[in-house]
Write a protein that binds this ligand. Sequence first.
Ligand code: B12
Length: 212
Amino acid sequence: MADMNLLKRAMGDLEEDAVLRIVKEVAGSGGGEAGAAMEACQDGMKMVGDRFEAGEYFIGDLIFAGEIMINALEIIKPFLSAGDSGGKGKMILCTVQGDLHDIGKNIVKSMLEAAGFDVLDLGIDVSPETVLETAKAEGVRIIALSGVLTLALDAMKDVVDIFKSAGLRDSVKIIIGGNPVTKEACAKLGADEWAHSPQKTVNVCSAWAAGA
Ligand code: B12
């Protein structure tokens, strides 16, 4: 059994060698603990964020933390199973306008693809207009919005609102996710669902694709 507390601390302390050693251990023993390892890395990223806020870490540390996380994910991603993988059609995924964070979005993307979605990844800092135009052009019914800045909640609301203004709100399902997203924020900004875990995202989107 890999030590998830050690993994979390190593991530928080930016000890790349230790992080990679532990995730390789997880992969080497069949990947059964891949989900727990991803959560431990995510908790470590929270430590990084807290230390940044406290003035102990600087931008360079955030960048380095992002690189460590990406490298760790490369190793455990193949083991993050998403269940069945039938063709589930197209959906849109992006990080909303003003937000450049994409590590969480990319994890969610891998899981959705593994579950059989054709994910149109519009990237980062994506305007509401781009989401609307792509949904219209591609006939997409499911939209997943990612954001980790507090400001991302306003940008997510802008996406919901542009669909309302276009008279298309009822034609799409919108799920939001990322650090600042909560049940309350979801209700307030008028999205259909919210999630922190990629697994919940896959479950919700799969139910929508099946017509729920
Ligand atoms: C790495 C990092 C960066 C990297 C990002 C690299 C990259 N390619 O993404 C860099 C260095 C670029 C960066 C920049 C900045 N950052 Co930064 N960053 C972080 C950090 C440490 C980790 C984020 C992360 O990757 N977490 C790991 C992933 C896996 O977690 P996640 O994103 O939450 O995703 C998971 C779930 O939320 C969910 N999920 C994610 N997306 C979606 C989408 C859907 C639809 C669903 C359902 C689920 C879902 O699934 C994922 C997997 O489980 C956070 C700290 C933190 N607590 O998050 C700060 C943090 C987000 N950053 C912060 C800040 C302030 C900044 C800067 C403004 C700094 C600056 N002064 O320039 C800039 C902002 C630039 C911008 N406009 O976006 C603040 C935000 C404060 C706030 N409340 O708004 C934080 C919280 C740090 C802090 N505590 O102060 N950052």
